[in-house]
Ligand binder design. Structure first.
Ligand code: GRF
Length: 205
């Protein structure tokens, strides 16, 4: 079976939603390892409670290069069966940019969730960016990771209507609800080999 590695840095609510949906819907993927770069990530405890192995690879104070850090991640993933041949890596609030070498090694096997309708509002604070821009709709995007910032082929998007009195908090909350729905769905599609990638486009079969 396919092995899943999830990389987190904090709250871990998307990770939780993925892990619970795998169980509930019997998605054919084995949650092999959750890795955090932050030893205090709340998500670590959630993963442990759900019976998933965790590992901390602290990035704060790490003296080497980005590539050297990523080598540690790759080695932990591989040790747990999350390989470029038989693995899927989900970035779930992982607050680091990953090196081109890592991306290349796991080509079209690393996916990410972004709280905006890409290509609008990439990078940080996307919900705030959407509000300040005055868009009437925002949402979230699950996409493959390439070497750019939030630029890889899009797998699923969900639209959320922006309300006139929305704050960053209220909009983020409604977007997060959709994130928790579409991220596990993307994992399900991947596990069932239903996503085909053509250049920067994907087709769900
Ligand atoms: C989510 O809003 C996600 O879209 C973004 O970071 C946040 C992570 O939240 N990439 P959580 O750790 O999954 O709760």
């Amino acid at each position: 079976m396919l092995n899943l590695g999830i990389l987190i840095s904090g709250r871990g609510s998307n990770m939780e939603s993925i892990l619970k949906t795998i169980k509930r819907k019997k998605i054919p993927i084995n949650p092999a390892i959750v890795i955090s770069n932050n030893p205090n990530a709340k998500g670590l405890r959630i993963a442990q409670k759900l019976g998933v192995k965790t590992e901390i690879i602290e990035s704060k104070g790490f003296k080497g290069t980005r590539e050297e850090y990523d080598e540690k991640i790759i080695s932990a993933l591989s040790k747990n069966g999350v390989t470029p041949k038989n693995g899927l890596v989900c970035l779930a609030g992982f607050m680091r940019i990953i090196s081109p070498k890592f991306v290349k090694k796991y080509k079209n096997r690393i996916i990410n969730i972004h709280p905006a309708l890409l290509p609008a509002f990439p990078g940080l604070d996307s919900q705030k960016q959407a509000l300040e821009y005055g868009t009437k709709y925002s949402g979230c995007t699950v996409h493959f990771v390439d070497s750019g910032m939030d630029t890889g082929p899009i797998i699923i998007q969900a639209v959320v209507k922006v309300k006139e009195n929305d704050t960053e908090e209220s909009l983020s909350k409604r977007i997060l609800k959709e994130e928790h729905r579409i991220y596990p769905e993307a994992v399900n599609l991947f596990a069932r080999k239903k996503i085909k990638v053509y250049g920067r486009k994907t087709k769900i079969t």
